[in-house]
Write a protein that binds this ligand. Structure first.
Ligand code: HEC
Ligand SMILES: [Cu+2]
Length: 504
């Protein structure tokens, strides 16, 4: 007899003697109810429960896999349903240990997919949560709705409203197409400030990378979620009237579902409703850039997953320039010599019982801890360009005296207040809108969480300038600071150290 079978046989024998089930130890439904909190980011239960990121879990023990009405299962569970998989304590436990591995083993297919990006590694917790699931039926009252009930727009988008594209109704069929080469922040893609010729179709490709990411000099690490591997995601630059044709790819090696909501786009949750893709899929979204300004874009899957993805790095900016370029408050043309792009992100790295940052090895593993920690609204890190000090030293921005520099600043989540120490905002589009006149001569400007803003300054003195979030605690203690190294001649007329020394 093989060892495994032996253990099973012993289990059955024991259950005959003591009346215990074949599973080694009974779970505790009361404890399981509290474990289930980590499932509610994606699953609802109770009489009025609706499908969320995952299906409703009423009666799931004993239910055919992949069978809850109205839920779009991944191909793996669809196939498993065909093969007759019915959830029992043992299969749910294996699924929770590692959904992908379980489904691959069950189907004997190394490429089978599971959409559930979550694992419950602790065996006792698995038993407890399954014991809790066994107590649930359709007649249970709905679990008290938490904040995670509020999804991003909470709309089941009906693709029927969008219409089917055909060659005859394609407004872009005769338009020139260009591919925009995206670059790493704080740099921005090459672009014309005044548009040349007629509106174009600008093709953009974003690839989601879930990757290890170091946040600070102590080596604090998270599994970041990124567009194209950078935090912030790359800047996109187009002109008003252009069509953006964006290809979003979610490689097979990823664990989570992703999508994109662009604040420059109109309808369908900014595109999020029609771009949600599982690992191994891609989506192509086309939208017309009708509003000028500089805008946030971000991932927005559903419920708690939206702030979770946003606070793991999935924010970027798209700038839509007026076709005839930027104007000052009197309608005169304004041009810049260079543009820099600062992405500010707040992170909420969970801590262990000693107060040390916890470490995780896979995307989604920190989900339950992270949701708890982000609900404190107390970030562990607030940084520019993804890590403390990224835009200082070798990474510092550069300029010359006399150059007019445009700074675009994006924050997907928290309010921020950019300030250039020793300089000013000559022209500031605080809200990001270019159809509103810029404010003049600001000391500090305000960028609302969930938006991008732009400020222009002509440097008049050389030196190392700090560009920071003027909540100085966030800047100095949490990391929201950068440097601009400016070369040129010092102007004594503007400032001179007249004397320093003992009191005379
Ligand atoms: C990050 C979101 C997420 C979390 C957290 C999550 N799940 Fe899931 N779950 C899913 C998704 C998505 C599916 C559908 C999988 C598929 O179609 O491949 C799923 C499917 C399931 C299924 C199969 C249901 C069916 O109808 O076939 C079970 C059982 C399940 N989850 C249990 C749990 C439990 C228990 C927890 C908490 C310990 C949990 N899940 C946490 C997203 C999640
Ligand atoms: Cu995402």
């Amino acid at each position: 007899m093989k060892i495994k079978q032996g253990i099973k046989a012993l289990g059955i024998a024991a259950s005959l003697v003591f009346g215990a089930p074949a599973i080694a130890q009974e779970g505790n439904a009361e404890a399981g109810k509290s474990v289930f909190k980590s499932c509610t980011a994606c699953h609802a239960v109770g009489s009025d429960a609706k499908n969320r990121v995952g299906p409703v879990l009423n009666n799931v023990v004993g239910r055919a896999a992949g069978s809850f009405a109205g839920y779009k299962y991944g191909t793996g569970l669809q196939e498993a349903k065909e093969k007759g998989l019915v959830w029992d304590e043992e299969t749910i436990s294996e699924w929770l240990t590692n959904p992908k591995k379980f489904i691959r083993g069950y189907l004997g297919n190394k490429k089978a997919k599971a959409k559930m990006a979550f694992r419950l590694k602790d065996e006792q917790k698995r038993r407890d949560v399954i014991a809790y699931l066994k107590t649930l039926s359709d007649n249970e009252p709905q679990e008290k709705a938490g904040a995670n009930d509020v999804s991003h727009g909470d709309a089941e988008f009906n693709t029927a409203v969008m219409g089917v594209p055909t060659v005859s109704n394609d407004p872009t069929k005769d338009m020139e197409r260009v591919k925009q080469k995206l670059v790493m922040p704080p740099f921005v893609p090459e672009h014309d400030q005044v548009a040349k010729g007629a509106p174009k179709v600008v093709e953009i490709e974003l690839v989601v990378e879930e990757k290890k990411w170091v946040l600070d000099g102590d080596g604090t690490e998270i599994i970041a979620l990124t567009f194209n591997g950078s935090i912030p995601a790359p800047m996109i630059v187009v002109h008003e009237g252009d069509y953006v044709e964006l290809t979003l790819k979610n490689p097979d090696t990823n664990i989570m579902e992703h999508n994109i909501d662009l604040h420059a786009a109109t309808g369908a949750l900014g595109g999020a409703a029609v771009t949600t893709i599982a690992p191994g899929e891609q989506a192509v979204l086309r939208f017309k850039a009708t509003k000028t300004g500089t805008f946030l874009y971000h991932c927005a899957p559903e419920g708690s997953m939206t702030p979770y993805h946003v606070t793991h790095g999935m924010t970027g900016a798209i700038t839509v320039l007026p076709r005839d370029g930027l104007k000052d408050d009197k309608g005169q043309s304004l041009t810049y010599d260079r543009m820099y792009y600062i992405g500010e992100n707040d992170f909420y790295v969970p801590r262990d019982e000693n107060g040390d940052f916890k470490n995780y090895s896979e995307a989604g593993e920190d989900l339950a801890d992270w949701i708890e920690s982000m609900k404190t609204l107390t970030p562990s890190h607030v940084v520019f360009n993804g890590r403390v000090g990224a835009l200082t030293g070798k990474g510092a921005m550069k300029a010359k005296v006399g150059e007019n520099v445009m700074f675009v600043h994006v924050q997907g989540n928290r309010d921020t207040r950019p300030h250039l120490i020793g300089g000013h905002g000559d022209f500031v589009w605080e809200t990001g809108s270019f159809s509103s006149p810029p404010l003049r001569d600001l000391e500090t400007w305000f960028v609302r969480g969930g938006s991008a803003g732009a400020a222009m300054y002509t440097f008049k003195q050389p030196g190392v300038y700090a560009y920071l979030n003027h909540n100085l605690i966030e800047a100095v203690e949490l990391g929201a600071a950068a440097h601009v190294v400016v070369e040129g001649e010092w102007d004594d007329n503007l400032m001179k150290q007249v004397y320093i020394g003992p009191i005379k």
